[in-house]
Design a binder for this molecule. Structure first.
Ligand SMILES: [Ca+2]
Length: 482
């Protein structure tokens, strides 16, 4: 009885995982963490209701875990979004967010709190990153993002790896095509990289194939060790350019694509932009998908092929986890760092505060969880992931985290969510289960009612002054945490 009482107290204090560990030979008595990050992945997945997408491996993960269908990122750009994942806090907007934090650490700023991997490391975990987990693949700065003395996240990783193959350095691998081709520096170069590619090559002739190979090796090594592990593997597709081995185009050759929702450019003050990354940095042969449906479909098919390419490699990682037996004592989380407009609101890109840029897939699978495969519709956000993984693994909660643990939703798919806050440099937004409310720096507002047929195609702020006031106050409460 006394032991049971102690156990109950320990669970309440968060010092034990609330899930029993099924693996008979668990060497550490702790649950491991396998975190899979996917770059620029909107919920363009079969298991998230997009029927034409071929994503059997991620779908299988969703079928054995909890898929969060209303997960929102806190910032619609890679670096700032990854900052929130990896620190559990809202932070600066920009791709250099984590480097700014590293500078603070270097200057001895004691207000900087531990990152998620550092937190696990301090709790006895071996922490390893492979590929694009922080903003720079590999997690280094300096020339070509390859100076091992310049760390994006000091103290975070026991090992950080980024196979560069024929691209020679992480900067080259980040925006690359097959055959070692890398994007020229400068947005307006005369020699722009093709936006789309479909080459008859092996999986490892694009960089995610190499990231998977390294990830498999690290996973195999960690699975044999007698310490718990926190392994983060970051795939770079479906980030631009949209290139993948040709066979991943096969499922999309003859498929009828569903119509694009609200393809018109929104009127009035919004966070709409001219898709600068897409048009300025990549070559489109004079075609504009905003005016050319055939080209828009081609872009969408290539994005889909990149999703299937990544899905294949997620499948290899999950198969290896099972083969090692560590699937019985490993939490798996799969996260997209933000969404991507494929023509909605006449945007091809991210960097705005609409649903398509902010909604991304989050799937969390825990051995022994209730109702595996039942989705959650709760509104949740990326800053929730750090406290969630701590709660699931039985680690002390990071009291500095801006989010809250999703243990209730993992225990019960019907558990309610909260609100999701996000920002760019020019505006902030709050998503409730019914509304999206956006507040611009100049004070102008957007209010969208997701219970209406028009959703984010009709700003109803002018007709709902009371709701605007209420959501302004709520948004400012969240903004004060920044
Ligand atoms: Ca990204």
């Amino acid at each position: 009885m006394k032991r049971l009482l102690l156990l109950a107290v320990a669970v309440c204090l968060g010092t034990l995982s609330p899930f029993s560990i099924a693996a008979e030979d668990n060497p550490s008595g702790k649950l491991n963490v396998l975190l899979i990050c996917v770059d620029d992945l909107r919920p363009e997945l079969n298991s998230f209701g997009v029927d034409y997408i071929h994503s059997p491996n991620i779908d299988r993960l969703a079928a054995t875990g909890r898929a969060f269908h209303n997960h929102y990122v806190n910032a619609p750009t890679c670096g700032a979004s990854r900052y929130t994942l990896l620190t559990g806090q809202y932070g600066p907007y920009g791709n250099n967010s984590l480097f700014l934090r590293a500078d603070k650490l270097k200057s001895g700023d004691t207000s900087v709190t531990p990152s998620m991997p550092e937190w696990f490391r301090k709790n006895g975990y071996k922490t390893v990153s492979v590929g694009k987990v922080s903003h720079h693949p590999g997690g280094w700065g300096g020339e070509d993002w390859y100076d091992h003395n310049v760390l994006e996240m000091p103290g975070a990783w026991d090992r950080q790896l980024m196979p560069t193959g024929p691209w020679k350095h992480p900067r080259g691998a980040m925006h690359s095509h097959a055959y070692g081709e890398i994007k020229p520096i400068g947005s307006f170069s005369e020699n722009k990289m093709e936006a789309l590619q479909s080459a008859e090559v092996e999986d490892t002739d694009y960089h995610d194939g190499l990231i998977a190979v390294e990830g498999l090796e690290q996973l195999e090594n960690l699975a044999e060790a007698h310490t718990p592990f926190f392994l983060a593997i970051g795939f770079i597709k479906p980030h631009l350019p949209f290139g993948a081995p040709a066979r991943y185009m096969d499922p999309y050759e003859d498929v009828e694509l569903p119509p694009v929702a609200h393809p018109e450019k929104p009127s009035g003050q919004t966070t709409w932009h001219g898709s600068g990354e897409f048009f300025n940095q990549y070559f489109h042969h004079g075609q504009d998908p905003r005016e050319d449906k055939a080209y828009a479909d081609k872009v969408r098919r290539h994005y889909a092929a990149c999703v299937s390419y990544v899905d294949h490699h997620v499948g290899l990682i999950l198969a290896k986890l099972k083969e090692t037996g560590r699937d019985k004592d490993t939490i798996v989380a799969l996260w997209g760092d933000h969404g991507w407009h494929l023509g909605e609101h006449a945007i091809f890109g991210k960097h705005c505060l609409f649903e398509e840029a902010l909604r991304s897939p989050l799937i969390i699978s825990v051995p022994g969880m209730n109702d595996p495969g039942t989705k959650s519709n709760a509104v949740v956000e990326t800053v929730d992931i750090f406290p969630t993984l701590c709660a699931l693994a039985g680690l002390e909660q990071p009291d500095f985290a801006d989010g809250s643990s999703l243990l209730p939703q993992i225990k019960s798919p019907d558990a309610k969510g909260h609100t999701a806050y996000a920002y760019t440099g020019r505006a902030q937004t709050l998503r409730t289960d019914r509304y999206r409310f956006t507040l611009h720096k100049d004070g102008s507002t957007e209010l969208y009612d997701h219970n209406s047929a028009q959703k984010e195609a009709r700003n109803v702020a002018a007709q709902n002054a009371g709701k605007v006031k209420e959501l302004t106050d709520l948004l400012k409460e969240r903004a004060a945490l920044k």
